[in-house]
Structures are given as C-alpha cells and as structure tokens.
Design a protein. Structure first.
Length: 564
C-alpha cells in the first residue's frame, strides 16, 4: 500500500477554470481571490481546505488573495477571533501582508448602493416581523406571498430606510428587502433581506451603525469593491449565486463583476465543523476550549502536534471537486504520521510504569549502582539528526503490559524465565516478581548478560522482543493525555439527527506519573517526538510537564484501504 504522499494528487477544476479564463482574456488575465471568514469563532480543518484553494490559486497565477473578515453580524463577533484567525493563517503557512480587510470597511458604500436600489424601485422597507416574512416566502413548489409593503413609493422607502439607520426603529421592527420575484423557483430570489436592525456594539464600528447588511448583500459587493475576479465558495452557496449575480448586475461597479464558483467543502469522519456546534462544545465544557487537542480547529490540531505542512499536503491531495464527500479522518492522520516519521526525534517514555530491578547489576566503590550511557539514534529516518546518550542503571521502568506472570501463547515480551532485549542496552531475563495485596505485579527482578552491551549478543542468539525502558534514577515525571475520537460515530448524528448524541465520553484519558528519558526535560513547547513503540506526542504549549498524543504508529488508513 503506497503512502498518501506517493499517490497522485486529485484534480482541481478551479485551477482549470482559471487557466481557461486567462487563455480567453477574461478579467484581463488578472487573478484575485479572497478568504472571507466571519470572526465569530476560530478556524477549523474545513477552513484549511478553503485557505489552500483561495491562497494557492492566487499564488500559482501570480495573483492576489486578501483576507477579508465578513463582520456583518455584531452579535457574535469579537476582536479575539480576528487576532486568532490571523495567527492561525500564519501558522498554516499563509501569513498575510499588511492589514486585513473587513466588510465593515464598506458599510458606507453598501448603504449608498442600497439607497440606489431603492431609487430604482428594486428595494423596499418591510415592517412585518421575521416569522411572517419567512412564512410568506413559501417553499419549493409553494407560491410566495408578496408583502403588503412591497409597492411603497420610492420616497417613502428612502425615508423609512434613513430612519432605520438613524435608530428610529426598534430591533426587529423593520428590514430592507430586495424586490426581485416572490414566485421564483430559487428561494434566494424571493425578495431577500438586505438589512436588519441590530442595536448592539460592533467590534470595529462601535455604535456608529444601527443597521447591518446581510451576508448575501455584503459579500458580492465587497468582492466587487476589492476587484476580486474569482469568488470561490463552498457548495452550500450554490443556490446563492443567482442572487450574487443579480445584485452585481444592478450596480455601477469599479471593476468587472466577479464570478462566484463553488467547490465541495471538507468533511471528515468522526468530526463536526459547524462553528455553532464547536462553540457549544466549548460553552458546555465538553472540551477545555477552542484549542482543546480533540477539537478540529487549527489551534486544537496545532496543540495536538499536527504539522501545518501535513495539513496543507492533505488538502492538496484530496483536490477540489464539485461533489460533497466525507473523507476518512485516518487519511489525514496518515499524512501527519508520514511527516512526523521523517521529522520527529525518537525518545523513550513509559506511560504506565512497572519497576524492574537488575539483581546482578554492578556497584561502584561507594556501593552505588553503576550508571552507564548507551547511544541511541535520534531518528533512524534521518541520520543527520545524530545520536544521543541515555543513562542506564540497575533499576528501570518498563510498561506494565510488557511483563506477564502467566503469559498467553505468542506473548514474546518479558515473563518468568524469558529473555528480551532492552533497546540499546542489554539482554535481560526475568527471574522473579513481587505483587501487592490485590495480586498486581509491582516489581520484576531480572539478571542481565554483560556480554550483550548495546543490545546485541556476540554469540548471535536472537530474542523475539525489543522493549523500551527508562532509568528510574534519571526519569523525568510527566503527564500524558491520550485521545480517542471526540465523536464515536463516523457521521455524527446520522442515526438520531443530533450530532451530540454521538459524543464519546471516553475521548480523553489522562495518565499521571509517566516516566520519560532525561532528554525530554528540555523539549520545547509544541515540539513533537516519537515515544518509541507508543506513537507521536506533542509537548504542551505550557511546557514539557504535559504531552498530548498526536497519532499512533499504526497506519489505520492503510488498513481501511486493504479492507475496502
């Protein structure tokens, strides 16, 4: 089974579209895109795909991609999200140059254009409540009902709209709607709302505005103001494209009208990417915050140890298509594992320690156990990473499941009378063990073969197990967090209609008292290392007292491919 990075990259129809546009002279050969997040939460893995498309297309064709915040909903937006999104973009590999743009930069122009539509008889103020307006829009196969305010004179609409702006209407008492077609088969064109009243503070404009544009009214016009050529959106905006084009067709634009093109969003198994649901996970205390390593947010993935390069390569690999699909999360993990196998240093750690005493270990003149230094490779995949010296002495720790007093068949690790290899150290044979009052093994006694220093036998004899270990006298204590899927179902909510019904109550296990080799005391925050035989682990951002399990060593995606 080839690794993910050895497989051909999927096609990108957006790239082909831009090539065709350039060849035909559309937009004069210009390519300009934008990434327009709403600052009401942090970026997640789904955004990563949009980012690689928006910024990647612009870079490939020597164009421009702006970061523009769609800050038209002051109820949920905050400057902390703005700062976080800028930082997440930089971490992913797409730092912005200069200052970001904002839809709020264009509030005055959008307002002027709204008045223009009113004067053209293409917009009107509706004083019905939201529930009535929604009901009158009808549905697919059901006729819409025109508002009783739809035929108001232009002057009256202008006066009412200006009073809305001046704060003379209460919240929810009036909206501005486009006058298009209440019988149109596309529901987006049934007199959509352009402005609504919000008497709340805006993170940039403060209390200056009492009315705010809807996404559909602000989005296309912001693209046009900036000179965007290719407005790249995910497929849920496919039905909005007709409205996007209708608005642009009514206005005196400073550039050519941009063109909206939709592509499939990124969905993963065992994952939700709805910002509303992610926010609820945080608010309910299900996770510790937006950067909880179980979260699919970029800051959560970063804290867990996912390399930004692996995320970019994954997004490029799955390609850009016109059909929604759900990718196995194991495929993403395979890209992470491939990158970390190449770059992560190897270290030894024991998560559930069991004490082992070498009964024939030599002592020095003072009667203290001799300490020897064994040499181990930092990364067998990259000889340039060199080696390290690790202390070994007469008492060390192994994993509890690396010893069994009564082993089953085909158990090749340590058991009474069995000889095993300790990585880089010696062959040892178990001679006895002690248990506590509950029958749990608490100590194992072994003897070592002094002729096998370095982990090799001069007589050529073989053993069936090589085990990792940590010297007890030199161990660094740490806490380790192990993770399972945050949602147990492949498609959360598929069975019941509610994703939270599939929350995995056992998605995290925290182990205290783990024993690490001394070199890990100096691990830097965010660094990812391979705990030999156990997987890849990331140092928490607060320091090496806490490690997060990034991914295991076993390639689960390859196994899925074999089964399919």
């Amino acid at each position: 089974m080839p690794r993910p990075d050895e497989l051909p990259t999927a096609t990108n129809f957006v790239r082909e579209l831009v090539i065709a546009d350039n060849e035909s002279g559309t937009f004069g050969g210009r390519v300009q895109t934008r990434f327009p997040p709403e600052p009401n939460g942090y970026l997640h893995i789904g955004h990563a795909k949009a980012i690689t498309v928006d910024f990647g297309i612009a870079a490939e064709f020597d164009g421009v991609c702006n970061l523009r915040f769609d800050d038209t909903n002051p109820d949920t937006e905050d400057t902390s999200y703005v700062d976080g999104i800028i930082a997440d973009l930089a971490w992913l590999g797409f730092p912005i140059e200069g200052e970001p743009l904002y839809a709020s930069d264009y509030f005055e122009q959008l307002y002027d254009w709204a008045e223009l539509l009113i004067t053209k008889g293409l917009a009107y103020v509706d004083e019905q409540d939201g529930e009535t307006i929604s009901a009158q829009r009808g549905g697919y196969g059901n006729a819409g009902i025109e508002s009783p305010h739809r035929s108001r004179p232009v002057d009256e609409n202008l006066d009412l709209f200006r009073k809305m702006r001046a704060g003379e209407f209460g919240e929810g008492s009036a909206v501005l709607r486009a006058k298009i077609d209440m019988q149109h088969e596309n529901m987006q064109l049934r007199d959509p709302v352009m402005y609504r009243i919000r008497g709340v503070h805006h993170h940039r404009t403060g209390a200056l505005w009492n009315i705010y544009p809807t996404y559909d009214w602000a989005h296309g016009q912001s693209d046009a103001i900036e000179g965007v050529t290719h407005s790249l959106c995910t497929l849920e905006f496919d039905s909005h494209r007709a409205l996007y084009d209708w608005y642009l067709a009514q206005l005196p634009l400073p550039f050519e009208a941009p063109r909206q093109t939709e592509f499939a969003r990124l969905e993963l198994t065992h994952t939700v990417t709805s910002k509303r649901r992610l926010a609820k996970l945080v608010e309910d205390g299900t996770v510790d915050g937006w950067d909880d390593p179980r979260m699919p947010t970029l800051r959560g993935l970063r804290r867990r140890g996912y390399p930004a390069s692996a995320i970019r390569e994954f997004c490029n690999f799955i390609g850009v298509s016109r059909t929604n699909s759900r990718h196995q999360i194991e495929l993403l993990e395979s890209f992470v594992r491939t990158e970390l196998n190449r770059t992560a240093l190897r270290r030894m750690a024991v998560l559930r320690p069991l004490k082992v005493v070498v009964t024939d270990w030599p002592t020095d003149a003072a009667g203290e156990p001799v300490v020897e230094m064994v040499e181990l490779a930092n990364n067998p995949e990259n000889p340039d990473d060199g080696t390290r010296m690790v202390p070994f002495s007469g008492v060390f720790h192994i994993e509890q499941d690396d010893f069994m007093a009564e082993p089953p068949p085909k158990y090749f690790r340590l058991s009474p009378g069995r000889e095993v290899r300790l990585r880089g150290a010696y062959f040892v044979t178990a001679t006895g063990f002690d248990t506590d009052g509950d029958g749990n093994v608490v100590e194992v006694q072994v003897v070592h073969d002094p002729e096998t220093r370095g982990g090799n036998a001069p007589d050529g004899r073989k053993v069936k197990s090589t085990m990792h270990w940590v010297s007890a006298a030199h161990a660094v204590d740490a806490t380790v967090a192990l993770y399972d899927r945050l949602f147990s179902a492949e498609i959360p909510g598929e069975a019941t209609g509610e994703a939270f019904d599939d929350l995995n109550a056992d998605s995290r296990e925290v182990l205290t008292g783990a024993k690490l080799e001394p070199a890990l005391a100096d691990a830097r925050p965010g660094q990812v290392v391979q705990f030999e035989r156990l997987g890849y682990f990331a140092v928490d951002t607060d320091g090496p007292a806490l490690f997060h399990r990034t991914v295991g060593l076993r390639d689960e995606w390859a196994n899925i491919q074999k089964r399919s």
